[in-house]
Design a protein around this ligand. Sequence first.
Ligand SMILES: NC(=O)c1ccc[n+]([C@@H]2O[C@H](COP(=O)([O-])OP(=O)(O)OC[C@H]3O[C@@H](n4cnc5c(N)ncnc54)[C@H](O)[C@@H]3O)[C@@H](O)[C@H]2O)c1
Length: 259
Amino acid sequence: MPRISVITGSASGIGRATKELLEERGERVIGVDIHDAEVVADLSAAEGRGALVDAVRKVSGGRIDAIYAVAGLAVPGPATVAVNFFGAVATLEKLRPLLAGSDAPRAVVVSSMAALMASDEELVALLTAGDEQAAMARAEVLAKEPATGGLIYSSTKLALSRWVRRQAAGPEWAGAGIPLNAVSPGVIATPMTADLIDTEQEREGLLKVVPMPLNGIAEPIVVARLLAWLNSLENTHLCGQIVYVDGGSDVVLRGDSVW
Ligand SMILES: NC(=O)c1ccc[n+]([C@@H]2O[C@H](COP(=O)([O-])OP(=O)(O)OC[C@H]3O[C@@H](n4cnc5c(N)ncnc54)[C@H](O)[C@@H]3O)[C@@H](O)[C@H]2O)c1
């Protein structure tokens, strides 16, 4: 029987590349997105998150092998909070019971190297506390100015990476035999970044902020291959790692302060 994987954000970019890769390898993929997906669900709201689980249970027959929480937004507003943090966490928590019947359950989420950039301490604290209403209200305030609106995305990714670190070794994940990890990409050429990397000048400007000395801006398949390995049978012991697939940004920005 082929492995059954659920991928959110499957209609575009990294999620789509991952879906195509797994399907080429003979896996069954249940794609989830707000459009063009087997399961159409809006992960920005409780209703859509509930619909996701019901639909996945139905189409999978109640057993899945791997979760890929990829869906995300980069707009400087509250929707980014709802999708990137609460949507991703809900995907992982709500689908986790369906991994119970798998011989090799796995879960991975896409964070970002943006977690290393400036963030809003108050928003990160509200996200970490799981207070969606207050986090959305804080994002509304930050969204009023371009300078602070830019902190929303990085804050959601910082909180998401921390969530993975805090959960992965616990009873629900490691204790249940489920490796839970994150990948943090650098700049990837997808519709999310298309407007930022349109011209050579824009690409050069962005790479000054997100240095990628190893091979520069990457295609989504680069991230897809790593995600697929993290959720493969070969990965038995990676636990709570934030794996940077960023052409070297993490190394350049943080040097040897992490080990
Ligand atoms: N592209 C990059 O440079 C980059 C870098 C670091 C991290 N990321 C992260 O990678 C992930 C994938 O991004 P991408 O670059 O492939 O972007 P993308 O815009 O190509 O794809 C994102 C997908 O998520 C879906 N989505 C958005 N809101 C949703 C919602 N409410 N409910 C369900 N699905 C929703 C979109 O419809 C889209 O198909 C995101 O989490 C993003 O933050 C991207």
